[in-house]
Design a protein around this ligand. Structure first.
Ligand code: DC
Length: 224
């Protein structure tokens, strides 16, 4: 890492508001925004397309190692082996597949290596589940975002509605809880708050309030 490159690590469960806040923050600070969940989703998509079983650790690792994943357009565009897959990876099916492939140690090793490479070149806001604990344990700024499961489910329902899809809140909440359970209990780099991360419960906060809280913490951490 160049001595002036700054890493802002944002972790937390699904629907805590990480993507929205991380991309806003990156724009505001002129940093690169990296959505690591999109990388696990890309491997999940490739696995589904190649009929790779989601418990075939060896083949999944091979896919992750061989995948060429490029995040561009301020983090909004995801390219897998040159193909724009941005519109294909935000489905419930891919959320589930990504969570499953992300539990495979070899997949994590391959993607974490790519993520560390991305953070070497310039200042980044990187969001995921293990950024502050595993990918960049020395990140200067670590944030752990959370919200109640009901609030997170309501946000997901709203996102889906914006895309013209309807969903039952209780079902979405159950799926979110199942995914969190799997992401937090896997043996390899489970979702966990780093001891030096700032905890923010976004349940009752506006986007602006969350952004201000993070910027305050960022300034305090980087001022000397
Ligand atoms: O943030 P997301 O919902 O797009 O992530 C999809 C899945 O990928 C999530 O269920 C867990 C996994 N993931 C991970 O294990 N580590 C990361 N750094 C990012 C995502």
């Amino acid at each position: 890492m160049s001595s002036r490159a700054i890493i802002i690590a944002i972790d937390g469960p699904a629907g805590a508001g990480k993507s929205t806040i991380a991309s806003r923050l990156a724009k505001r600070l002129g940093f690169l925004y990296i959505d690591t969940g999109a990388m696990y989703r890309a491997v999940g998509l490739w696995a589904m397309r190649t009929n790779t079983a989601l418990d075939d650790m060896h083949r999944l690792e091979k896919l992750a190692v061989e995948s060429d994943i490029v995040l561009s357009g301020g983090g909004t565009t995801v390219l897998l082996n040159g193909e724009d897959i941005s519109g294909l990876i935000r489905t419930q099916e891919l959320s589930d597949a990504a969570s499953k492939v992300s539990a495979v140690p070899g997949v994590r090793r391959a993607l974490v290596e790519k993520q560390r490479e991305m953070g070497k070149r310039e200042s980044v806001v990187m969001e995921g589940r293990d950024i502050g604990t595993n990918v960049f344990p020395n990140a200067q700024v670590k944030i752990y975002l959370d919200a109640s499961a009901a609030v997170r489910a309501a946000r997901r329902v709203k996102d889906l509605a914006a895309k013209g899809e309807s969903a039952v809140p209780d079902v979405v909440e159950r799926e979110i809880r199942e995914r969190d359970e799997r992401d937090s209990t896997r043996s390899e780099a489970p979702l966990r708050q780093a001891p030096d991360a700032e905890f923010i419960d976004t349940s009752g906060l506006t986007l602006e309030q969350v952004e201000e809280a993070i910027l305050k913490f960022y300034r305090a951490r980087t001022s000397n």
